[in-house]
Design a protein. Structure first.
Ligand code: AGP
Length: 618
């Protein structure tokens, strides 16, 4: 959702702000703005719509100066408009804000009584007016800022300029991420490291309740009690090029093609094969898992395991259930985080909650995990963003190594989540001794071969673009599968809806006759995931049922499946693989199908309407 960039140094601030905001565009927004300080005066330019609108306004009304803040806003309080766009100003105070000020009505009433008038409908403007009020009350800027932080309730990442202090940025975070990037005689602030990686690899992640002062020469950070603290400087491993399109038409397409590499990265150092014949040399090494699951010779200390997530991450959790239950015989319950947080689940000290989130900032997942932690559960997160809120809350984290995912529709983050879940299932399979050694060793070999296999497979999908062309104008799609591929059908349908705006439903193939079959009419595309596995025959019968009602079957099957060629109008083939790899293999052609349909329809593939990459509100 909203994005923040701040800069102080010797470059033209506007260039850094626009470049940084562009790198945050993927988060989703509906207006943008920037403020730059020059000669003790702060000028603000804001625009409704995309960054290019802001840029064209800046071209007409240049913002010069080497200190500035920028923002992309995803409307929560107040419609998307220029007046509601950030930065907001109250006298000398100019600020940008991410998050929600929950007591904004009370504060607005208080400030109105004091004579303040408001230009916008936002909760954020209130923070600017309140700082100004506290300075009217006689406090210094620093004290006024601290006082306001204690008065506002809710979540915030705030970056504030004071027109009278053109040598510093005031920053604070609580619940919404904020990162300081360290340069030489220049420093940066952003809501997301993607905005900074073009400039620096050294970053400081602020903790909740921290506030700080960023100057050209350094950063001073204070904790919630006002005590000066040293936060560690971390090195970011994401490279600048991973956040650029690199010749691809869209980020999403680039990210689809990055999957062999990022899956290889995710496996790196975690699968140990040892030499042939050497006993006990084949293993999975997962960071912090021994601490979480306790000594190897003791039973696992959990009697309930929940997986919580939203959207695509929820789909990977559903696949994870198949992996973990089959390999370790541990029982798993998968919940939508937004539902879990409002029911009264049975949780105690013997509960493990596995939270899955690409961004690590999804409000529902964060809240559900926070509640579970309060009730005594241990938390394990699977996440793509270093030091984001969900890993920080968790007792242990397994990072996916997908690199920055810019396309709003998740692709490589999803398949790396599946990879981590498979590693976790194999690890647990060994811990519970439910997975036979031979199967385990075979699985490790298969995993090591996977990136190469994906690389080759990606070269064979030339026909998907033609299939997309033939079916792009249909108004409704059904996606069917069974077993561990059933969540892949859900995910395939979600991808199509998100980026092409075509209605699509994913269903367990066996459930079709209990309702959705009524939808089928002449020519309706039904995408069926049908690898040659233990439910192959069953899915084949489902194909017959939909064909008999006039559906046009687009089947995703295995290379060499001659029967399928006679049953489906369109066939996409992937190499035959063990059951636990098919969800990863099958995901990729489904991503490509959605991509090509959307591209041919001309929708905004990387930033679909109404969607945000990191959903930091409920
Ligand atoms: C993915 O294509 C979606 N944009 C969305 O469903 C996403 O997976 C969901 O919002 C959860 O995000 P997270 O993984 O960052 O928690």
């Amino acid at each position: 959702m909203c994005g923040i960039v701040g800069y102080i140094g010797s470059r033209e601030a506007t260039d850094v702000l626009i470049d940084g905001l562009r790198r945050l565009e993927y988060r989703g927004y509906d207006s943008a703005g920037a403020a730059v300080s020059y000669n003790n005066e702060i000028q603000i330019v804001r625009a409704e719509g995309k960054l290019k609108e802001l840029e064209s306004k800046i071209t007409k009304n240049p913002l010069n100066g080497t200190l500035g803040i920028g923002h992309t806003r995803w409307a929560t309080h107040g419609r998307p408009s220029e007046t509601n766009a950030h930065p907001h100003r109250a006298g000398d105070i100019v600020l940008v804000h991410n998050g929600i000020i929950e007591n904004h009505q009370k504060l607005r009433a208080y400030l109105s009584k004091k004579g303040h008038t408001f230009k916008s409908e936002t909760d954020s403007e209130i923070a600017a007016q309140l700082i100004q009020q506290r300075m009217f009350d006689g406090l210094s800027m620093e004290k006024a800022f601290c006082k306001v932080l204690s008065e506002i309730e809710g979540s915030y990442a705030l970056v504030v300029l004071n027109q009278k202090e053109p040598d510093r940025l005031y920053v604070a975070r609580n619940g919404s991420p904020l990162v300081v990037g360290l340069g030489k005689n220049e420093n940066f602030v952003a809501s997301d490291i993607a905005a900074l990686i073009a400039y620096t690899k050294n970053v400081i992640f602020l903790e909740d309740k921290d506030f700080g002062i960023v100057t050209r020469d350094g950063v001073k950070i204070f904790d919630g009690k006002g005590k000066q603290v040293k936060r560690p400087v971390k090195e970011v491993t994401w490279s600048r090029t991973t956040a650029e399109k690199g010749g691809y038409k869209h980020f999403m397409l680039k990210e689809i093609f990055e999957q062999p590499q990022v899956i290889a990265d995710t496996l790196l150092g975690r699968v140990i094969q040892g030499k042939q014949g050497e006993k006990n040399q084949q293993k999975i090494i997962l960071e912090n898992m021994d601490a979480l699951f306790g000594p190897k010779n003791k039973p696992i200390p959990f009697d309930k395991i929940f997986i919580l997530a939203c959207g695509t991450s929820y789909h990977s959790g559903l696949v994870g259930k198949y992996f973990i239950e089959e390999m370790s015989r541990l029982s798993i319950q998968v919940d939508l985080a937004s539902e879990f947080r409002y029911r009264n689940p049975v949780i105690d000290k013997k509960t493990l909650v596995i939270g899955i989130s690409q961004s690590g900032e999804t409000a529902d997942t964060l809240a559900a995990m926070t509640d579970a932690k309060k009730k005594g559960a241990k938390l394990l997160s699977i996440c793509n963003v270093l030091e984001s809120s969900i890993p920080r809350l968790s007792h242990a984290t397994l990072y996916t190594r997908a690199g920055p995912e810019i396309g709003v529709a998740s692709t490589k983050a999803f398949t790396t989540q599946l990879t981590v879940l498979l590693l976790l299932a194999l690890y647990l399979g060994r811990r519970t001794k439910k997975m036979p050694t031979q199967d385990f060793e075979e699985a490790l070999k298969e995993l090591v071969r996977l990136p190469d296999r994906l690389e080759k497979m990606l070269k064979t999908f030339g026909n998907i673009s033609q299939i997309a062309d033939r079916h792009k104008n249909r108004s409704s799609y059904l996606y069917l599968a069974r077993g561990a591929n059933y969540p892949i059908a859900l995910e395939g349908a979600l991808k199509l809806k998100e980026i092409s705006y075509i209605h699509a439903e994913g269903y367990a193939a066996g459930e079709m006759k209990h309702g959705p079959i009524a939808l089928i009419d002449e020519g309706m595309p039904v995408v069926v995931v049908i690898p040659q596995d233990r439910v192959y025959e069953k899915v084949l019968s489902n194909i017959e049922e939909v064909r008999a009602r006039g559906a046009c079957v687009i089947a995703l099957g295995n290379t060499g499946d001659k029967i399928l060629q006679t049953k489906a109008q369109e066939v996409i083939l992937v190499p035959k693989a063990p059951w636990y790899l098919t969800p990863i293999l099958m995901s990729i052609p489904l991503q490509l199908l959605a991509y090509h349909i959307a591209d041919k329809k001309g929708t905004d593939v990387d930033q679909p309407r109404n969607l945000a990459k990191s959903v930091t509100v409920e």
